[in-house]
Design a protein around this ligand. Structure first.
Ligand code: TUI
Length: 306
């Protein structure tokens, strides 16, 4: 399928993998790129040296284009931005902030820059700053989220900018893909479905929780501190939300979450770990290879769009 995004990025299918912290390592990124989508290494909160190693390993696994996501709250974001240039990465996505200060440097290096936005305002600002496309991410998504839904955000961003728009949040099958196209998107970004990919290094306990999750099994923590994070309900979210309701200071809550994502992804602690996942988890029913997922989605979407 040809769209402005497949043309821009030189990929076969307009499916981009979310740059999920801890989850989106080089195994997943290379598998998605090999399957014809755009794989992304999620830098998350990792140090720049780790991100460099991840990029080098991805290059050994695939000759196809892949990207790196810079989580802008990472204290080493400046160094990671530099590593991306030095390693010749083709595509950058950003999250959880405004990447304005890196734009000139990345554009000069010929990198395609695709910020994730959660509002029309930031989308317009990113277009003015030279972004090649934007990912409009709805509040259905897992992890750090904005307020607008995908259904409302995507068409409003499409109307507000001239660059291609990628839809994210609540998309996990061919129906979601086709719906996103109807809203004017040129591609989709998916996270939750790829969490349970066979090539994903996520602990089996975490994958089982995503597969077992139903439509209303996620909670949003951190709303009162301006860092809303969607994750699957467990002991951690109950504890967090109770403390938040009692007006606990940010430091105390931060202590609770510190390292909790790693605990869930690496150690499989599904009780006290952070199980970031989107509302579409209820639709994700089985572990498959990235190639199987992408083929299935494109086939289903193809029929619907005809
Ligand atoms: O970034 C994401 N999703 C994430 S990042 C992440 S790591 C993390 N872990 C614990 C706590 C916080 C983060 C997990 N999931 N998605 C992209 C995204 N960006 N969603 C919303 C935004 C966003 C929000 C506000 C982008 C910009 C913004 O404001 C920009 C500004 O400064 O004006």
């Amino acid at each position: 399928m040809k769209t402005k995004i497949t043309e821009l990025l030189g990929i076969e299918y307009p499916i981009i993998q979310g740059g999920m912290a801890w989850v989106a390592d080089y195994h997943l990124a290379a598998a998605v790129s090999e399957a014809g989508g755009l794989g992304i290494i999620g830098a998350g909160g990792a140090p720049a040296s780790f991100v460099r190693e991840q990029i080098q390993k991805a290059k050994e696994m695939t000759d196809k284009p892949f990207g790196v996501n810079v989580m802008l709250m990472n204290p080493e974001a400046d160094q990671i931005a530099q590593v991306i240039v030095e390693e010749g990465v083709k595509v950058v996505t950003t999250g959880a902030g405004n990447p304005g200060k890196y734009m000139a440097m990345w554009k000069e290096a010929g990198i395609k820059v695709i910020p994730v936005v959660a509002s029309v305002g930031l989308a317009k600002m990113m277009e003015r700053a030279g972004a090649d496309a934007v990912i409009a991410e709805g509040t259905e998504s897992g992890g750090h989220i904005g307020a607008a839904t995908t259904m409302t955000l995507v068409p409003q961003v499409v109307d507000a900018v001239s660059i291609p728009v990628i839809a994210a949040g609540g998309i996990a099958d061919g129906r979601g893909f086709a719906a996103a196209m109807m809203l004017g998107a040129e591609a989709v970004q998916m996270g939750t479905r790829f969490v349970v990919a066979k090539e994903s290094i996520v602990h089996e306990n975490y994958k089982k929780k995503v597969i077992a999750a139903k439509d209303i099994d996620s909670e949003v923590t951190g709303m009162t501190h301006g860092h809303p994070v969607r994750q699957i309900r467990n002991n951690m979210t109950r504890e967090y939300l109770k403390l938040e309701k009692e007006g606990a200071p940010f430091e105390e809550l931060e202590h609770l979450t510190l390292g909790a994502l790693r605990k869930a992804v690496v150690e499989g602690d599904v009780v006290n770990g952070t199980l970031m996942a989107g509302q579409i988890a209820g639709l994700v029913k089985q572990e498959q290879t990235c190639a199987e997922m992408i083929q299935e989605i494109m086939e289903q979407a193809g029929k619907l769009l005809k």
